[in-house]
Write a protein that binds this ligand. Structure first.
Ligand code: GDP
Length: 297
């Protein structure tokens, strides 16, 4: 089984692109136009499509490519290059590490936190979770459930209390217990952007002040099934937080995977993890080559 399980993620994209490549015996302007169109309707943004087309043309011309298989491989290589942000695709490996998880409700934030916590545990790290989405009691309950699955403790307060106070307590506990990785859930109320920004700023200050030795990551969780909405969320959140990477969820359940290529390209944000299912092990470290190769597998 390939990276994308039932292949629904890139099925439409692959079909369209394959039809163009196979259906065009000549590599002429019409071919390039059709290919360009097939990229755009697969939810790849215009700018990114232009970039892909430029790079692909150069490769096709330089190597005199004509066979569909070679062109598909060249396209996969171009996509791999675009989504490859080098070491930035990897999570910091300096511990202690504090990860702030941001993103709108329903995107898969809690699930991704649960999966990440388990991943660190399985690698032998000590982990602590902070339920700093105090707006919804259910969010903290859900986090505790995930914590239980991997034996990870969750710091939580009453509903409606200051999320920064949760972060403060979590940081103290992480320091006192020599925790390697502290993962913090945050509220996903983008509709109240100013408040959310203040909330995130306050958390940020507390972590910097109380835990200066910790390295930091701020990951935005984006639901790939939401297509272009994921792009606008990346934009909105990058205006209120210093995002260090993307967790792209639900890649198993969408035919609109093209968005993943656009979001990392347009915002120059590295994809760090991809979610490929609801289970605890369905989170994968992002590998540009595997990802691009998986598209045309
Ligand atoms: P939150 O509101 O952002 O915390 O979102 P949740 O973590 O509660 O996830 C919302 C829904 O998406 C839940 O039903 C999850 O099981 C589901 N979900 C999360 N990540 C994935 C994924 O990678 N693949 C699939 N198929 N479902 C996911």
């Amino acid at each position: 089984m390939g990276l994308f399980k039932d292949k629904s993620t890139f099925r439409k994209f692959t079909e369209k692109v394959t039809n163009v490549i196979v259906g065009n015996p000549n590599i002429d302007e019409e071919f390039y136009e059709e290919l360009e169109e097939s990229l755009v309707i697969s939810d790849i943004g215009i700018e990114t499509t232009d970039k892909i087309m430029d790079m692909l043309r150069k490769r096709i011309n330089a190597k005199y490519l004509t066979k569909p298989e070679d062109i598909k491989r060249a396209l996969a290589d171009v996509i791999a290059e675009i989504v490859d942000k080098g070491d930035r695709n990897k999570l910091s490996s300096d511990y202690p590490l504090v990860i702030l998880m941001i993103g709108i409700n329903g995107g898969g934030k809690t699930t991704s936190i649960g999966k990440l916590a388990n991943m660190f545990k399985e690698r032998g790290h000590s982990v602590l979770l902070a339920a700093a989405d105090t707006f919804r009691a259910a969010a903290a309950d859900q986090l505790v459930e995930w914590g239980n699955r991997s034996g990870v403790r969750v710091i939580r307060h009453e509903e409606g209390t200051d999320p920064a106070a949760v972060i403060y307590d979590a940081v103290q506990s992480a320091r006192a217990n020599d925790i390697d990785v502290l993962i913090c859930d945050t509220a996903g109320r983008l509709q109240n952007k100013t408040n959310l920004m203040k909330e995130l700023e306050k958390m940020d200050k507390i972590i910097s002040r109380e835990y200066p030795e910790a390295s930091r990551e701020t990951l935005i969780v984006l639901d790939s099934t939401t297509g272009k909405n994921a792009i606008s969320q990346a934009k909105e959140f990058s205006e209120i937080a210093d995002i260090t990477g993307i967790v792209l969820t639900k890649l198993d359940g969408t035919a609109r995977g093209g968005i993943s290529i656009t979001v990392t390209d347009e915002y120059n944000l590295p994809i760090k993890f991809i979610g490929v299912g609801e289970g605890i092990h369905d989170l994968k470290e992002f590998d540009p080559k595997e990802f691009a190769g998986g598209i045309f597998d």
